[in-house]
Design a protein around this ligand. Structure first.
Ligand code: ZN
Length: 453
């Protein structure tokens, strides 16, 4: 019932949501600094009768907007942060920043947050019109990229009363995302002794040497960890600009990923030992700090099947010949070039035990609240996120269509719960089963605050 009404409600506001998404694309903001995006979204919700709560978990750019009362409490998880150095002119098929070194929406979070708003809005209108019981709540979640914003929100109990959470992610395909890798971001700092590199090299102890040796050691470690794990690093502080000064301080950041948090912790301990070894070799002092962490996403059979059903009911997305031509121009630049099918149109299913090599802080929510997530096609086939091509297509009509499609699937799935709240008992049982006896525990130390790094 009511699914055609949801479509009609969304259709009436279509242009407004496209404008909101475009405005957020136009003003990309980095983690924990998403002030403009939050103000655009809050204004919309205020104007449409939602109750706003600000500064969730003491984070300035985390908020919620809700309508209704009592159970079930349905949450839509929105995001809006951009990525550094991803600035890109829209709709062109070559790399060209709008602003040199500027930020850009390389992961489509301008679409992500807006579709979640659209779903919350449509459900609210429907609930008001037909006097449906329950609460619909939109969560504005900051800093998915590198900040694990939701993990901090979970830590402060922000999602404690939620019965079911719905999320999605832009990409190049329609896919049910029900697993992801757990991930920890860790700073490794080395302190040495500076000296004149020519006049007194024997008095210096190079922190940069330690960073390099640690990376070499970790590269050897890779052969001896589980194949699903990933370790990558960036050097944040290479110790200085002058070769004639022995670098007294250097720092790298590591991301360590694996299917389970316990595996991440085990690998982190081994990498920490390598850091200690590098410090011993170079007579420097090492320190280690976990600055953000993402739990793996837990599947939820009940919610996933509701989502899949609504995906099938909402497909296909129809494209114009202009859109197909537009997609072709980007698709031809990718490793998955297919001139006949430059946009993926079918539902793709990951093999049963395949864990997609990505991480999301939706994972942290999924350990506490039955949660489900879909991927929707907002870009041409083969487009990788965190790449200029995703930014370039971010305001296209293909991106908008994918956003509306995701919003429709999310709203219809939430409606299924509102109409049949007994499904929540099954969803809760699935959550317990998926935890498999493990308890949720974030490895972010309690003295690390959101936005500190
Ligand atoms: Zn993302």
């Amino acid at each position: 019932m009511y699914k055609n009404e949801i479509k009609a409600i969304m259709h009436d506001k279509k242009t407004e949501f496209e404008k909101i998404s475009d405005m957020i694309w136009d003003t990309p903001e980095l983690k924990f600094k998403e002030f403009n995006a939050v103000s655009i979204q809050k204004n919309f919700f205020e104007a449409h009768g939602f109750l706003i709560k600000e500064n969730l978990a003491d984070i300035e750019t985390a908020f919620s907007a809700e309508y209704g009362s009592g159970s079930p409490i349905i949450a839509f998880l929105g995001e809006y942060d951009a990525l550094p150095k991803m600035s890109q002119v829209n709709d062109i098929t070559s790399k060209k920043p709008v602003q040199a070194n500027g930020a850009g929406h390389g992961c489509g979070h301008h679409l992500l947050g807006t579709a979640a708003m659209e779903a919350a809005y449509a459900l609210k209108v429907l609930m008001a019109q037909y006097h449906l019981k329950g609460t619909v709540r939109y969560y504005g979640c900051p800093a998915e990229e590198g900040g694990s914003g939701k993990a901090f929100m979970v830590r402060e109990g922000v999602f404690n009363d939620v019965d079911a959470a719905f999320s999605w992610h832009p990409g190049d395909a329609t896919v049910l995302i029900n697993q992801s890798l757990s991930n920890a971001r860790v700073l490794f700092n080395f302190k040495g002794v500076s000296s004149h590199a020519a006049a007194a090299p024997h008095l210096g102890r190079s922190a940069l040497d330690a960073v390099e040796l640690m990376n070499v050691g970790t590269n050897y470690l890779r052969e001896h960890i589980i194949p699903d794990a990933r370790i990558h690093y960036a050097i944040l502080n290479a110790g200085g600009d002058a070769p004639n000064i022995v670098p007294p301080e250097a720092e790298s950041i590591y991301a360590i990923r694996a299917p389970k948090l316990t595996q991440v912790v085990e690998i982190l301990n081994r990498v920490t030992n390598i850091a200690k070894g590098a410090a011993l070799m170079t007579e420097t002092v090492s320190s280690v700090k976990v600055v953000s962490a993402y739990a793996n996403l837990l599947p939820n059979k009940t919610l996933d099947s509701i989502l899949e059903n609504n995906i099938n009911l909402s497909l296909p997305i129809k494209y114009t010949t202009e859109e197909i031509a537009y997609a072709k121009s980007f698709n031809s630049l990718t490793a998955d070039s297919d001139p006949e099918n430059p946009i993926k149109t079918n539902l793709y299913k990951f093999p049963e035990h395949f864990v997609p090599p990505m991480s999301t802080d939706v994972g942290d929510v999924s350990w506490l609240v039955p949660t489900t997530t879909l991927g929707a096609p907002t870009f041409a086939r083969g487009t990788q996120v965190h790449n200029w091509m995703a930014v370039a297509q971010g305001k296209s009509s293909i991106a908008h269509k994918g956003m509306h499609f995701a919003a429709l699937v999310l709203a219809c799935s939430a409606l299924d719960i509102l109409e049949n709240p007994d499904l929540l008992k099954d969803a809760h049982r699935d959550l317990i089963e998926a935890r498999n006896g493990d308890e949720y525990k974030s490895i972010i130390p309690s003295d690390i605050h959101p936005g500190e790094f």
